[in-house]
Design a protein around this ligand. Sequence first.
Ligand code: PLP
Length: 378
Amino acid sequence: MKEIYLDHAATTPVDGRVLEKMLPYFGERFGNPHSPHAFGRRAAAAIDAARDEIASLLGARSSEIYFTSGGTEADNWAVRGSVRASGKKHFVVGATEHHAVLEAAELLKGEGCELSLAPVDEYGAADLAALQGLLHKDTALVAVMAANNEVGTVQPLKEIAAAAHGCGALFFTDAVQAAGALELNVNEIGCDLLSLSSHKFYGPKGAGALYVRAGTPLAKLIAGGQQERGLRGGTLNVPAIVGMAEAFRLACKERQERTSHIRAARDAFVQEILQTIPGVRYNGHPQQRLPGNAHFTFEGVAGDALLAALDLAGVAASGGAACSSGSPEPSHVLLAMGRTEQEARAGVRFTFGKNTSEEEALRAAQIVRNCVLRLRSR
Ligand code: PLP
């Protein structure tokens, strides 16, 4: 039986059209974009074009885009770089943020900064009144992700941006999971910083970008050469950056058809699960969620046991963040949503992609049902 991949939030395969664009930069166009000769200039021209493309798709200026090694570096840079440069001590981070943001926040605490976690409701949506109550004139930054990587809940970004700016704080949004699924325009959102990661939208791994609104003070995170306008040392990964720009262009251009296809497959799966398996809880927001995300807890079934059974049966799913799988810790996202420790260990995430067919979705639902019933009968 063919395997079914339902873990697109962890990573996506590189689109063939993206790979085509990348290949010359491993071969004849191998130059270092920082070299002052023709080989370097050709690579630099590709970097400039990639920067222009990503900027224009976000409604930003090219000079506001910085390349990084991925979402984790972009998140660390946004949080640590902006708070350190602000001269203020306090900052606010959403309770359900990715570990890249939460761990960066912990490091700042070690430097004497004061962190407040902004609570969410039972669906994982930011509690705006509570968030507002945490802000004061010494707040440097508010960091709330565009969409959650575990339960898929989409956050009210414009409202959060307005609240942050109302007290003189910057607003950063981790848009790693939202990119390709939601329209992202930095001016409509009103963010000062925004992070992207290429491998979540059919680009290569190890490439990311940080948008930094012109005039935003930002301390450097990676010291070294004068790359990225002196703010981020290190030779740029030219093939990956070229691939990321092409992948983002295709993701934006094809967004509507991709998301309606993905949503249909996801909805068919969810309906089948809810109709055929008793004792199921569908986690996350019923409407304000990513089109490709389905997240469940199955009563009486441990998440890791179900994932192992699914893996054996050829279905690849996840317990939440790929980087925390294998860890016995309960999900901080489900805990923040008010679930018990036991429930927070039982979550299983299925994430659909542009190549997932409805037939696969329905076959996967059958397999989930068989595995859940078998585990419950033990
Ligand atoms: N932020 C979110 C919301 C994510 O889901 C991820 C990866 O899963 C990251 C950041 C980290 O991105 P990367 O894998 O490029 O380091």
